[in-house]
Structures are given as C-alpha cells and as structure tokens.
Design a protein around this ligand. Structure first.
Ligand code: M6R
Length: 614
C-alpha cells in the first residue's frame, strides 16, 4: 500500500527519495510525488503511474533542486479520490509553505474539511490527506513552531497515519509522527532517512528507530528530538536492522514471483532448522511463551488473518484440531473486528500475517489483547507492528517477499503451523507417537519433494497455456486441501484476473454445479488419503456435466486417465503434508497463465503488498 520516504542530510535529496520509493514500489501504487526544500521555497513534483514517469518529470527540472538535501516522497495507492496528479502526495496548505505526505486513512476528514473550509481553507484534491496539510498549517499560525503544530493537529485527527511534514520556514527539518501505521527513522552520519518500510533505507544504514504511536520526531541533519503526544521528551531504542540490500534482486528470474516460488525448498529448510532435529526428538519452539501447564489446559484457539494468510490459518485449524484435540475458530480479521467476539484470557489468539502490518489483523489482535488473550503472531516480519504486539512471536524466515502474490511466505506460514501443532501435541501427549514420527519424517523430506516439482514444470506450463483463454476456473478439494483450492483460486484471480473460485468438492452439488458445461475447467486437488475416493466421486459428477476436468494428484491410478483431460502429477506425500506439495503447481499455473497473458505479474492492478488500511 502507500509508501513514505524522507531524507534530511547532506546528499542530493531527489535521487535518494526516488530510489527509496523504488524499493517500496513492490507494495503496489498508482501515483508518486516528492517535495524538496530548495533555497527560497519547497518544490513539488508528481506524476501518475509508475515511478519512471516521476523520473521523467524530474529530468525537466534538475536545475531547480540538485543542491537540495531535505525532502519527502510518497507512492500512493488511491483510497480517497482517483489516481490523478492532483490527488498524488505531497499535499500542501493554501499558501504552499507546508507540505505533507501520509500513509493510512484520516477517518474524520469530512468533518475536518467542513471546519477547515469555514476557516478559509480551499481544498484542491479529493484526498483525506489534504485536510492534514490545512490543519497543521492553521496550527502553525498559532504555535509558530512546526513540531507543536503537528502535535496540536494530531489531537484532532482520527484514524491511522504515518505523516511527514516540512515547512518553508525551516531550512533542513522534517517532522514525522504516526498512529497505527508503520514509520521508522534510519540513522546515519550527519543524515537521517525516514521510511514506512525498511527496504527504502537499508542501502544507507542498518541503524534505525521505530516510532511508537503518537510519538513526534523533529529531524535535522545532526539531531532528532522525540516527544510524546503531551510534549514530553522521549528516548527510543535504536535497533540494528537484520536486512541485506541485495535481498531485492530477481537473481536472473523473469519475475520476483517465480524467484520466490523457487526459493520454497530453502524456506522449508530454514523453518525446520533448529526446530526439528530428528523424528524422535521433540520439536523445539522456544518462541512459544505460554507455559506448558497452560498449554495442556488450553481448550480454545482463535486464528485471525486475511487473504493467503487466512488460507494458511485454515490449514492450521485442521492440524491443531487433529493433532491436539483443541477447538479452533478461524476468521477473516475484517469480520472479527466488527462483531462481539468471545475471547478472554483462556483463549490463545493467533494472528497470521506475511507483512505484519495488515490493518484489519492488527486491529483484531489489539482487540483480543485488550481482552486478556495470549497473542501468538506468525509473521515474516519480526520488525512489524504485529510482532510488537505479540506475547509469543513465531517468525517464519521466508526472506523478503517482493511479489504482491504471496507464495513463499504461505509455505513458511504452513511450516509454522506444522511445527506449532506438533509442539502442542507433544506437550499435551495428544497424538500417537508413531504418527508424530511419521509426520516429522515427512517434513524433513519436503524440500527434496518441492525441488522435484520445481524441476519438472513442463506439464504445468502446458496446462497453463491450454487453459489461459478461459474466463472462469473452478478449484475443488476436500479436507485439509480445501484451503489449497481457495489459495490456488486466489493466486489465479490476483495475477491473471480470471474469475477463479475454490470450493469444498462436496458443496458442488449444492449450487455451483449449475455453472458447469464444456467451457468450464474444474481442477481437482486429488491427493491420496482419507477423502480421496469421495473427491473422485465429486469429480465424476463434474465430468458428467461435461466440465473440462484437470487433476492435480500424487496418485498413479490408471482410471484417472479416463476421467481427466489433463493430469499434473506430483511426488507422493503423506496426506497431512499434501497442502505444501499441492500448492506449488497451483502457484505455477497462476504464474504461467498470467505471464502468458502478459499481465504485470509482480504488481497486479489494484493490489498492494501490505494492506495498511481497514
Ligand atoms: O501481509 P498479510 O499476510 O497480512 O496480507 C494478507 C493479504 O492481504 C495477502 O495475503 C493477500 O491476499 C496476498 N496478495 C495474497 O497473495
């Protein structure tokens, strides 16, 4: 979603800002802009579309800003008002002396706008952010001090925000603040870098300070003063960022998504390392801070997540209920937060999020925490806002995922659930020892099996090409792979814009079967195990309606050749572990269809990597 960068120091600022924005562009955006402090005034440059358009725009004005060393920049993902140059950030007050960039949503902007217009402010854009620019400017007239003006303004703003503000009266100063949106300040020698996420600054420094909600930092090249909402001076911990700048390279792959799919064997290895030593030794999960007695007595778990993370959560439910006999509810965070949920100190609440910043999940976690629940967070970003709320933090170590479509982070989340379910089963003694050992043995074999799938993608590519002309796609599965069907469909929708739906196969005959005819591809995730024969019958039912049947299977059963027009075979795998093997070809089908159709695979339209608005 939107991204912020800022710089105060000695380097020529425009390049730093645009380079920083480029490091955030994987998050998804539709326009961009920067504001730089020049000798006599603040200059603003904006464009719609990709950052290359902003670079082109800047080329026409180089002489104006080349000596400038202070500035702020933004990539916008439209929420209020269309993606136009006028709506792009930075926004200004009427006289243009004060500029603002903003991530998040100002919930009371309509009320603010009415009030500000009464006081003579003229709005140019349709954005919520412009209200902040006018409001801070009015406060500045009273306070005659930029930090104080920001502090006073934030008392009247409701919603989520990370804000960077500059004023023409200040030669080399940026004031920043945040509430329910991430913002960090990188610390260099004689310079500070501000960003909504690490990749924008990691090239310059590994030392950084994460702002807490309602803190306000006033930053100049040689100083940073931090206060809280009451103006009281604060001291904040400086952290060393566990990041390498090379992480954002495609390493020879055409797209980040393909690279990330191919990284999955190593993601599984990383997750097993240090946690699963052998089939006979217990799983080590020091990250779980619930004591063993509490774990043994635990009888209710809630898992909250969105999108792909929600699908991982659904498989987590299956595993925990089967292995541990504990009731698990799974709910989309966006639903969880708007009803009266029954949660208390006896409930373990698990939040799952690749980014650790998804606004709905973060709010849900905060609600559950306020009711006394132990919060366990499964995330790929141990430095995220959600991680900071965790009582138990289980990082999934997938490495940065650039492609908007989640792939390796999903596999990593699944690994976290396998280890967590086994760990809890061992603490509770709820699972037969031989089953525990066989699951562990299978887990250790997974990386080679994924490598086998990735080494033989010809059939998958042929399948993608064959069905790339379709308008609709149905995925069916049962049991532990029902969420795999949902995930396969989500991947296809996201990057190819084909209308794809996942169904529990037993539900087909309760409605969706009406859609089947000889134009409709139906992909059955037919993995051997307890539900195999049932799914085969459901596939027969679809075939009888002339659907174009595709099997994704680890079975060598000859009779499948009559039933399915296309068969994709994967290595044999135990049913419990089959979601990991089954999802890889589905990721690849989505990838190759989108690539074949010439779509923007890594940055699909309308989507953002980190959804920081509710
Ligand atoms: O960062 P999160 O895992 O919390 O994000 C949740 C969803 O927005 C995310 O999974 C989204 O559905 C992805 N684009 C899926 O590929």
């Amino acid at each position: 979603m939107c991204g912020i960068v800022g710089y105060v120091g000695f380097r020529s600022v425009a390049d730093i800002l645009v380079d920083g924005l480029e490091q955030l562009e994987y998050r998804g955006y539709d326009s961009a802009g920067i504001a730089v402090k020049c000798d006599s005034d603040i200059k603003i440059y904006k464009s719609i579309g990709k950052l290359k358009n902003l670079r082109e725009e800047l080329k026409n004005h180089v002489g104006e800003f080349e000596k400038s060393t202070t500035g702020i920049g933004h990539i916008r993902w439209a929420t209020h008002g269309a993606p136009t140059v006028i709506n792009a950030h930075p926004h200004t007050c009427n006289c243009g002396n004060l500029v603002v960039v903003h991530n998040g949503i100002i919930e009371n902007y309509k009320e603010l706008k009415i009030e500000l217009e009464k006081q003579g402010c003229k709005f140019k854009s349709q954005t919520d952010t412009e209200a902040v620019a006018h409001l801070v400017a009015l406060k500045y007239k009273q306070a005659k001090n930029l930090t104080e003006a920001v502090r006073l303004a934030t008392k009247e703003i409701q919603g989520a925000y990370a804000l960077c503000v500059m004023h023409n009266d200040y030669k080399n100063t940026v004031v920043v603040t945040k509430r329910n949106a991430p913002l960090l300040v990188g610390i260099g020698e004689g310079e500070f870098l501000i960003a909504s996420d690490v990749p924008a600054i990691i090239k310059y420094t590994k030392k950084a300070m994460y702002l807490n909600d309602n803190q306000i930092a006033t930053i100049t090249p040689n100083s940073m003063k931090l206060i809280d909402k009451d103006g009281i001076e604060q001291v904040q911990k400086i952290e060393v960022l566990p990041w390498e700048p090379v992480a954002l390279s495609k390493m020879g792959y055409k797209h980040f998504m393909l690279k990330e799919i191919h990284e999955q064997p190593d993601v599984v290895r990383n997750n097993l390392s240090g946690k699963l030593h052998s089939a006979t030794e217990p799983v080590v999960l020091n990250e779980v801070k619930l004591d063993k007695e509490t774990l043994k007595k635990l009888n209710r778990i809630q898992i909250i997540a969105c999108g792909t993370s929600l699908h991982a959560a659904m498989i987590g439910k299956y595993l925990i209920e089967t292995f541990c006999g504990i009731a698990v509810d799974v709910e989309a965070s966006s639903e969880y937060i708007y009803r009266r949920t029954v949660t208390d100190e006896n409930t373990l609440v698990i939040g799952v999020s690749q980014s650790g910043e998804t606004a709905d999940t973060l709010t849900a976690i905060k609600q559950a925490k306020a009711r006394g629940s132990h919060i366990l967070i499964i995330t790929n970003r141990p430095d995220s806002s959600m991680a900071r709320e965790a009582d138990s933090l289980v990082p999934v170590n997938a490495g940065i995922e650039v492609s908007v479509a989640a792939t390796k982070s999903y596999i990593a989340q699944l690994m976290a659930f396998y280890l967590l379910a086994l760990y809890m089963a061992e603490v509770k003694g709820s699972l037969d020892n031989s089953l525990v050992q066989s699951v562990k043995n299978e887990l250790m074999l997974l990386p080679q099996k994924i490598e086998q799938v990735l080494a033989n993608t010809e059939d998958i590519q042929k399948c993608a090409r064959k069905y790339s002309g379709t308008k609709d796609f149905i995925y069916v599965a049962r049991g532990i792979n029902f969420p795999t069907a949902l995930e396969g469909a989500l991947k296809l929708k996201e990057i190819s814009y084909i209308n794809a739906t996942g169904y529990a196969a037993g539900e087909l005959k309760h409605g969706p079967i009406a859609m089947l005819d000889d134009t409709m591809p139906v992909l059955s995730i037919l993995m051997k195990g307890s539900i195999y024969e049932k799914l085969l019958s459901n596939s027969e039912e679809a075939k009888a309606r002339n659907a174009r049947m595709i099997a994704l299977t680890n079975s060598t059963d000859e009779k499948l050749n009559d039933l399915f027009e296309t068969i994709i075979r994967v290595p044999d795998v135990q049913e419990f572990l089959s979601p990991i093997i089954a999802v890889i070809p589905l990721q690849l089908i989505a990838y190759y269809i989108a690539e074949f159709l010439g779509k923007d695979v890594d940055q699909p339209r309308n989507l953002a990597k980190s959804v920081t608005v509710e």
